[in-house]
Design a protein around this ligand. Sequence first.
Ligand SMILES: [Zn+2]
Length: 482
Amino acid sequence: GNMLLACTVQGGVFSDLRTKCAQQLSRLDADVFPIGGVVPLMENQRYDVLVNCILAAKKGLDPSKPVHLFGAGHPIVFPVAVALGCDLLDSAAYAKYAADGRLIFPWGTEKLEELEELPCSCPICSGFTAKELKNLEEKERVRNIAIHNLYVSFSEMKRIRNAIRNVTLWELVEQKASCNPALFDGLRVLEGKESKEWLERFEPLSKPGALMYTGTHTVHRPLVYRYQKRLLERYKVHSSKYVVILPETTKPYSRSYLERFRKIDGDIIVSSPFGPVPLLLDEIYPIAQSVFPRELDEESRRLSEESLDQFLKKYNLKIGEVKRRDMRDIDRERIEAVIDMQFGKGMSEVLLDGEILIKKSKKTGKIRNVFCDGKHLLSLRAHDGLFTLKIEGAKIIHQNFPLPKLRVIVKEECKPFIIEGKSVFAKFVVDCDPVIRPFDECLIVSEKDELLGVGRTLLNREEMLSFGYGVAVKTREGLKDE
Ligand SMILES: [Zn+2]
């Protein structure tokens, strides 16, 4: 039959060697890339070192190829391994633990002899009491514990697959870390700037559900890192440079602060767990779509304050409330702020250069569509407060910004399909703006930079370029549509 070629990434605990090994192996046309030499790390619960090894290997590997993590047998490490890009796991842990009289649970292992009751509903634990299980003959006992261990492992795999579908994998990773201090140390590795920088590239722009706080790690998630970074790079502060800093309230913050905002000549900045949130950005993901406890932990609070200081310094802002007499066009200011955050600095000036008409939902009163000189440029999505780019908006960006700005470049042969509105397959992507992230709006252009359509990406640049299969961009409008 057909055999698969697996090339194992080695390099011990030396990150540079792991990355180098991974890069060189990726040149071979292997089917699977296992990460080797990590079993002792897991046995000794050195999850910090393990996380470094996986990160280093993944950085060098072809992102389109499956990665196997050798010997990851305990469900506690499954989520973090998967979150870092491992696709396959294997282990004899279920049997080894069973032979040692240990039961695997989602939160850790427990010795059978220390259990008065079996906190599990699998067929084994439903069929025996703890006492009965203890009294079985050794061989039978080990066999039954092994079966229980497999039930738990498989149900944890289902939980992970659900979390991937619902885009809640980070929540699951953090929950596991709260059960195991060694894993908590592993998560600390992901709080370094270099790790965040790398993880952010693969992080979708927004998610269907709310961002849920689980502990001190939450504010280190790639999504939060991206928000803070973009705020420093893309936000256009009010020309007066005056800001009023206010505490968090019910979301969205405008409900409480809009009237005050209307009367001042400056910005309102809400001090939030994400750091500073300009009032005009209070509805974008994940600001409005997040759940934090009323009392934030000490570390998250400190980081939020640091982020606020950095913001004030970067933009030379002054704290103070300057009254204004004229009317403030808040809708206009809001769309400008969101456009710049989502598409890049200066984009609002280019897109909104003309007679602007903002249409609102009759039901909710929220901004829905943005027109300029009668052309429909953008629609604001209710669920994440971000824009969907229309073909007329894409045309303006195309005319005003050179390659590769927001472009996905496709092979000439795809032209007829894209203008008909067909999606872009990864194997036809020639190149792409490195700033593009999964679920970003993008312009689809030919190799000669002719605009073909507009759509939403499913992958980032390195994924598009390496994947030989699957959809890279869901085309929303082809140029032929008009
Ligand atoms: Zn059980």
